[in-house]
Design a protein around this ligand. Structure first.
Ligand code: G1P
Length: 311
């Protein structure tokens, strides 16, 4: 394992790999020509929340791992000269600021995944850009409420202990087959546990726990060599969960060890239609500009719903 050295643990985390190569089949036909990450949540594309989260945790070097049909995402984080000129001419500073909001976020890079060979393979596509330092991985489907910090504490854990760090949530045991699932033992503190085993999307009967991995990772660069050796797993895809299982069994000197933060804050899964709708309503209610009117309408709307759904 060439990338594995103790000193890597001390390098600060500066880079984040955001995987956006998925096809978004759950949202067809909306995602036939539009990337799922560009679907709006209130008035921003879902992916903008994710990049804002990265930047506010201090990660300003963003690498998107993209695929076909993601050009609108690239345009979103680029200048929009004609739009800016038109708004400037009208003197519409407020909208101009909103347009520019996504352009000043971080230092953005792109690499194409080519073959859709799984999340582990997508992360491996970032190897050259990341180099020999710990880095974060974020999945575009997961939104973490900005009031409930997750990435920043994960970065602190990685800097304190080295190795890799995942984020877990407790789910109903019937839901565990939708996620990577972790077996853990207590760590030094209540919030940080040690991961002893991982299984990608287990049948509930075989699941080692009801702790599910969500889309935030801080990884030791040793993961790249591990991923190169990881055979296709669940669904015939190269799974990051399988690579993490290997890392969990490796010694710290070789870049091994996986810890987890058990996250109890608000997380929204915008990759699921029901959750996407809930997210939009929830975030709209909390907005200071839209919230008061929207909440008033929502109260009336809910009051007028029939007690049982008879439709
Ligand atoms: C991926 C991972 C899985 C993880 C999930 C979190 O699955 O493979 O381990 O629990 O993200 O959202 P996906 O949802 O892409 O199928």
């Amino acid at each position: 394992m060439s990338a594995a050295m103790n000193s890597d643990a001390e390098k600060p985390v500066r880079k984040v790999v955001i995987t956006v190569a998925g096809l978004g089949t759950r949202f067809l036909p909306a995602t036939k020509a539009t990337p799922k990450e560009m679907l709006p949540v209130v008035d921003k594309p879902a992916i903008q929340y994710v990049v804002e989260e990265a930047v506010s945790a201090g990660l300003e070097d963003v690498l998107f791992v993209t695929g076909r049909n993601k050009q609108s995402l690239e345009n979103h984080f680029d200048r929009a000269w004609e739009l800016e000129a038109a708004l400037e001419q009208k003197g519409d500073q407020q909208r101009l600021d909103r347009v520019r909001q996504s352009q000043v976020l971080g230092d953005i890079h792109y690499v194409r995944q080519g073959d859709p060979r799984g999340l582990g393979h997508a992360v491996l596509c970032g190897a050259r850009h990341v180099g020999d330092e710990p880095f974060a991985v974020m999945l575009g489907d997961d939104l973490i409420d900005p009031r409930d910090a997750l990435l920043a504490p994960m970065l602190e854990v990685q800097q304190r202990y080295g190795g890799s760090v995942v984020a877990l949530i407790e789910v109903d045991p019937s839901q565990v087959s939708l996620y990577g699932c972790a077996a853990v033992r207590p760590g030094d503190t209540d919030d940080v546990v040690e991961v002893t085993d991982l299984v990608e999307k287990p049948d509930p009967a075989d699941a080692p726990s009801n702790l599910a991995i969500i889309g935030r990772y801080v990884l030791h660069p040793a993961v790249f060599d591990v991923l190169r050796e990881t055979p296709p797993g669940r669904g015939g895809e190269i799974q990051i969960t399988d690579a993490l299982k290997t890392l969990a069994g490796m010694p710290a000197e070789a870049g091994g060890g996986v810890r987890a933060i058990v996250f109890r804050g608000r997380r929204y899964d915008t990759g699921d239609r029901q959750d996407y709708l809930r997210t939009t309503v929830q975030l709209a209610c909390e907005r200071s500009d839209l919230g008061p009117d929207f909440r008033a309408w929502l109260r009336e709307f809910v009051a007028a719903l029939p007690p049982e759904d008879t439709r």
